[in-house]
Design a protein around this ligand. Structure first.
Ligand SMILES: [Mg+2]
Length: 391
């Protein structure tokens, strides 16, 4: 079967009836029963209904009072958000084992950029199957539906296609056929107000919109027309944006004795830079920000940070940036902790900027760092160091 080429591979993973499923996981008596998680007050609304409750017409955002009428035998449970956050963390960590670029949309769904991951996980079907199995195992039984497609918009539609507990892969050469019959309201941004307007124009399905020239849609709908036209034709250049703000890789050393001055601090920074760079390389990610952290003898925490001219995973680049930050601290103050962190992280394949100049020596440095990693892995950490470390 022709699969077409995949310019990008985007997975969208969405937990099935998440809050209700967590309640059923934690309390076996609730399994197989219509469970409705919702605010306990009279005016509360339904957060999530288990799949057993849905045939009664119960759905999220419905007033709880109405849900009681529709499903009198339903088991109504107040939400336990702390618990959902806890399980969500396990789920997101599981996603993070597949790619460093995970973009959470809420507690229970995320985009994963799986571009270039075929060697690790196999073709897109296998990626989806493995993600689903890993989530089920990590959560001890929760199911997740996964869509794999060349764009975010398609991946999100695909994850919904065989819910619950489903996997749908939309190959590049199947995009038009997949989109064609779907109702126009499935295009995000086409809400309950816009959909009837489009339907009056004869646009009932996504295929209807795809067959009209973009200029026609723009003439009738303005900028929304452009949006609708592009998505209807499967065009969606949005990247999966990893959770860059929250993520960093850092290493810090609490010292046996307080130290003073740059000469004393620098070897500890180097140690942290080596440690951070090794972990970046091990995870296949590059950093474009560096943060230096010092804790004074009086327990004040001081930090300075800067952006790097290009994303990196070498100790030399990290240390160079840290060196440049040191004059911004008052180094006459006794220091009890030295740390270095790398942030603004992105996968190595996507973010690396190839430069005409300096690329060769930089490559050489990376290779050297990598061979040190291999040697250290074999012989134990710190057994092999650069000559310049002995200073
Ligand atoms: Mg969900």
């Amino acid at each position: 079967m022709g699969s077409g080429t995949w310019p990008r591979i985007v997975a969208h993973a969405d937990m099935d009836a998440f809050y209700a499923a967590v309640e059923q996981l934690d309390d076996p008596r609730l399994r197989g029963k219509p469970v409705i998680v919702g605010g306990p007050s009279r005016r509360g609304v339904v957060s999530t209904a288990s799949y057993e409750a849905r045939p009664f017409g119960v759905h999220s955002a419905m007033p709880t009072a109405q849900a009681r009428k529709l499903c009198p035998d339903g088991i109504f449970v107040p939400p336990r958000f702390d618990r959902y956050v806890e399980v969500s963390r396990v789920v997101m960590e599981t996603f993070g084992r597949f790619t460093p670029t995970v973009e959470p949309l809420s507690l229970d769904e995320a985009f994963l950029d799986m571009t270039g991951a075929e060697r690790l996980f196999g073709p897109p079907e296998a990626m989806g199957t493995k993600i689903r199995a890993a989530v089920r195992e990590a959560t001890r039984g929760l199911t997740v539906s996964v869509g794999v497609a060349p764009t975010k918009f398609l991946a999100k539609l695909a994850s919904d296609f065989r819910k619950p507990d489903g996997l749908t892969v939309v190959r590049p050469d199947e995009v038009a056929a997949f989109l064609d019959p779907l109702p126009i309201s499935r295009i995000f941004g086409v809400g309950p107000k816009t959909a009837p307007r489009l339907e009056r124009m004869g646009l009932r399905t996504i295929g209807d919109a795809a067959r009209l020239p973009e200029a026609t849609l723009v003439a009738r709908l303005g900028s929304l027309g452009e949006h609708v036209s592009r998505l209807a034709r499967g065009l969606d250049p949005r990247e999966v944006v990893g959770d860059r703000e929250g993520k960093s890789v850092s290493s810090e050393q609490t010292l046996d004795q307080d130290i003073v001055g740059e000469r004393a601090i620098r070897p500890w920074l180097r140690r942290s830079a080596d440690d951070v760079a090794r972990r970046l390389r091990a995870e296949g990610i590059l950093a474009s920000g560096v943060r230096v952290k010092l804790k004074t003898a009086g327990f004040r925490i001081l930090t300075r940070q800067c952006a790097l001219p290009r994303p990196t995973d070498t100790a030399a680049d990290l240390l160079g940036a840290a060196d440049a930050l040191l004059p911004e601290f008052d180094l006459a103050v006794p220091t009890r902790l030295v740390g270095l962190g790398a942030f603004r992280l992105a996968p190595a394949g996507a973010a690396e900027q190839r430069e005409l100049f300096g690329e060769e020596s930089r490559e050489k440095r990376r290779r050297l760092d990598k061979s040190l990693d291999a040697a250290n892995a074999r012989f134990g950490r710190g057994s092999i160091r650069r000559a310049s470390d002995v200073d």
